[in-house]
Design a protein around this ligand. Sequence first.
Ligand SMILES: *[C@@H]1O[C@H](CO)[C@@H](O)[C@H](O)[C@H]1NC(C)=O
Ligand SMILES: *[C@@H]1O[C@H](CO)[C@@H](O)[C@H](O)[C@H]1NC(C)=O
Length: 264
Amino acid sequence: MPLLAGWLLRHSVVMCLLLHSLVLMTCCFHHAATSCSQSCYCTESETGGKTVRCSNLRLTEVPQDLPNDTRRVYLDNNLITSVPSDTFSDMPLLTELDLSHNELAQLEAGAFRGLGHSLHFLDLSSNKLVTFDPKAFEGLRTRANLTNNPWHCDCNLQMAMPHIDLEPMSLTGIVCQTSEPPDMGVEGVPFLLAKDLDLCVVMKKTTDVAMLVTMFGWFTMVISYLVYYVRHNTEDARRHLEYLKSLPGKQGKSEESSTISTVV
Ligand SMILES: *[C@@H]1O[C@H](CO)[C@@H](O)[C@H](O)[C@H]1NC(C)=O
Ligand SMILES: *[C@@H]1O[C@H](CO)[C@@H](O)[C@H](O)[C@H]1NC(C)=O
């Protein structure tokens, strides 16, 4: 009898534990299902906070129902084409944002606004980025992966670079695929390493030439007007003189000299 009682007791303890963990698990899954984005998969750990995984879902835009206490978002391998401004501005705890392997062609101003204090890593690698608005990275000092994008190195990019506060090493990921002007030897080279190169110099030259042409145009106009004016007046004066000459007497002569002095 005590043997059976002992057996029952031991097993009921195990049963109880099992039941308990089952209840806990249901609770947790229920919690995850209700407090997370519809299309993504969420996990939460006590130390690391909330992680949202939306990888490989053929998403064309960033889901709008990401929880505001998310720490990490994986949006890689989707078809996202743009990140509108203020997309993540109500996620003050976000430390890691993975947007790699998407179709991003441009970054709008304020795309990462509000993440300046929390974000530690931003992955934008393997997208379609050609250039960016420097205001897209406003306030971000984070490490970023900008590699594997078809960067177009031109005067615009050169002007934007000094306004980027991202961790400097990150900027080496901007490897020029094309350039304007072409054939400057920057293709395949990280833009930062082409520092001595001035991609704006050609534009400056063009402006100089335009200014010169405009000035020359004005000059020509003024000269031709002067020439026309002088010729016209000489013609008039000559005709006037001839007329005066045809007049008899002293009066004509004095008028003649006065007209000449006017012409001169
Ligand atoms: C998330 O939003 C809720 C409700 O608006 C708010 O009470 C909470 O403080 C926010 N959490 C964070 C981390 O901002
Ligand atoms: C950046 O991304 C590329 C491609 O996605 C990857 O191969 C590389 O290891 C990444 N670099 C860093 C520093 O994370």
